[in-house]
Design a protein around this ligand. Structure first.
Ligand SMILES: C[S@@+](CC[C@H](N)C(=O)[O-])C[C@H]1O[C@@H](n2cnc3c(N)ncnc32)[C@H](O)[C@@H]1O
Length: 246
């Protein structure tokens, strides 16, 4: 597939020499027929495999930073004959700008991302204003970003970050921008565990409205407002009702 000449967002914290070349080498041996859905953080791949089976007319790419998991999953999708699934072991923040032209993706999933509670690690949080701009660049107009979490302070964090962009509109079932493929979304491993334990899930479906990037600097987000919960997520009933269940 043809690679882009990207400028990278300021979110990359773990870049190592040779990583771009590795992604390019991977891409040289793969095709990625449109429409393309990308799952960031596919882990063991339950969602990726179920989605690829449910949407055979789409290419479903999983990008997983833990290379061992990515290698295992890549072998599994081949064994299982999921011809429309692809798996890349890389940092999604490097891979997305390099692999995809602007306005090319149908859907991006960021499902149960690591919360990175410690203040010194907070830069690693994938969900951030620069991430939203990157995804808005890569999505087609009318394409979607789907985000889920079971961690209440992370849901509050998402809701604080969302107003940083005017390019992605929050949509609900029944809205004009609601994706027709939503009924095919399977549950992830994490989601199955949380819902089996009766825990809440917050879901945000964002539709790209086609507005251009703004030149304004990103606002500072006060991370102290989103402290780590004392109990593990799912242990306690939610202090407030989740915006969406499932
Ligand atoms: C908490 S797990 C959630 C896994 C899965 N989505 C689920 O719901 O069961 C987060 C996953 O994202 C991966 N990850 C974290 N940062 C990433 C990045 N920058 N690019 C790609 N994957 C990443 C982690 O290695 C991990 O597998």
């Amino acid at each position: 597939m043809e690679l882009q000449t990207p400028t990278f967002p300021d979110l990359i914290t773990r870049y190592r020499a040779g990583e771009l070349e590795d992604i390019a080498a991977w891409a040289a041996t793969r095709t990625m027929p449109a429409p393309v859905h990308v799952e960031i953080g596919s882990n063991r791949g339950r969602f990726l495999k179920d989605l690829a089976a449910a949407l055979p007319s789409r290419t479903v790419l999983g990008i997983e930073i833990r290379r061992k998991f990515a290698e295992l999953l890549d072998a599994e999708v081949k064994d299982e004959g999921l011809d429309n699934a692809r798996v890349l072991g890389a940092d999604a923040m490097l891979a997305l700008p390099l692999l995809f032209a602007d306005a090319s993706l149908e859907c991006v999933y960021l499902l149960f991302p690591d919360p990175w509670w410690k203040k010194r690690h907070a830069k690693r949080r994938l969900f951030a204003p620069a991430f939203l701009d990157l995804v808005a660049d890569k999505l087609k107009i009318g394409g979607h970003l789907v985000v889920k979490t079971d961690v209440e302070p992370y849901a509050s964090f998402i809701e604080a970050v969302l107003p940083c962009t005017e390019r992605l509109d929050l949509v609900e079932p029944g809205d004009a921008g609601w994706p027709e493929h939503a009924e095919s979304w399977p549950a992830t491993t994490r989601e199955r565990k949380v819902t089996a334990a009766g825990g809440p899930v917050w879901r945000y479906v964002l539709c790209n409205n086609g507005k251009p990037r703004s030149d304004a600097p990103y606002p500072e987000i006060d991370l102290d407002r989103f402290p780590k919960p004392e109990a593990e997520p799912g242990d306690n009933p939610p202090a407030r009702r989740p915006r969406h269940r499932g």
